[in-house]
Design a protein around this ligand. Structure first.
Ligand SMILES: Cc1cc2nc3c(=O)[nH]c(=O)nc-3n(C[C@H](O)[C@H](O)[C@H](O)COP(=O)(O)O)c2cc1C
Length: 218
């Protein structure tokens, strides 16, 4: 998996599809907006993605222009919202400069399309462009349990150059709140995109406790 390019101001595509996990999409957008290294975010939400956002956040996404601020729960000046049906948008072409793409949450349907090079929507096409141009593509797949088809598709996508980053949060940093848990997951995700976050918890070895010191593994 190639690192993001070294240009000063990064352009990131954020795809949101119809899997559960709206709060992970929100936190990723908030962190990208707050990150001084990121100059531009292209946000694309699939039709099913909008449905899940409505379901999980109870927000009104009827006006496309209002979606970035609604999802970010605050101003989102760096974010341009692109329609998933707009297959002619900038990010559909490899000639447009993009440093990396994250799909979070990534539905198993979207995973299947990406794994098989089927680009019928802007999210799928943009992901396909990242693969063909050798750019960073992170798929934060979410479902449970995974079928054999899902597992095969993850392997296909990974072999094609995508990074499979399932929404499986960690607990060894001892999250006290849901917010903490989501934030640490998104820190790991953005670090893999080349955007390390100062608040990321770093494992430095097991806590000594009741004779089990050194046996914990992250
Ligand atoms: C409330 C809700 C939750 C869903 N959660 C998931 C999920 O966690 N994972 C998944 O793969 N699909 C999930 N789905 C189904 C997808 O939304 C559906 O397969 C859709 O066609 C995906 O389309 P997209 O990839 O264009 O977003 C969910 C659907 C709804 C309505």
């Amino acid at each position: 998996m190639p690192p993001m390019t070294n240009r000063d101001s990064k352009t990131v595509v954020l795809g949101v599809t119809g899997a559960s996990g709206a709060m992970f999409a929100r936190r990723t957008l908030q962190m990208l907006e707050a990150d001084g290294r990121v100059g531009k975010i292209h946000l694309i939400v699939s039709g099913a993605g909008l449905k899940v956002l409505r379901e999980e956040m109870d927000l009104d996404f009827s006006r496309a222009a209002a979606i970035p601020a609604a999802l970010a729960a605050g101003p989102a000046p760096k974010t341009e919202y692109l329609l998933d049906s707009d297959i002619g948008a900038s990010v559909a072409s490899g000639s447009y400069r993009v440093d990396g793409m994250v799909i979070i949450p990534c539905s198993t349907g979207c995973l299947a399309q990406v794994a098989h090079g089927i680009s019928s929507t802007l999210i799928e096409r943009s992901a396909d462009v990242c693969l063909k141009e050798g750019r960073k593509l992170i798929l934060a797949v979410r479902d449970t349990p995974f079928s054999r088809v899902h597992l095969r598709n993850m392997l296909e996508a990974q072999e094609a150059g995508a990074e499979i980053f399932p929404i499986i949060p960690s607990f060894y940093h001892r999250p006290k709140t849901l917010d903490d848990l989501v934030t640490q997951f998104c820190c790991r995700l953005l670090a893999n995109l080349g955007l390390e976050q100062p608040q990321q918890f770093r494992w430095t070895g097991g806590r000594p406790s009741k004779g089990t010191a050194g046996t914990e593994t992250p």
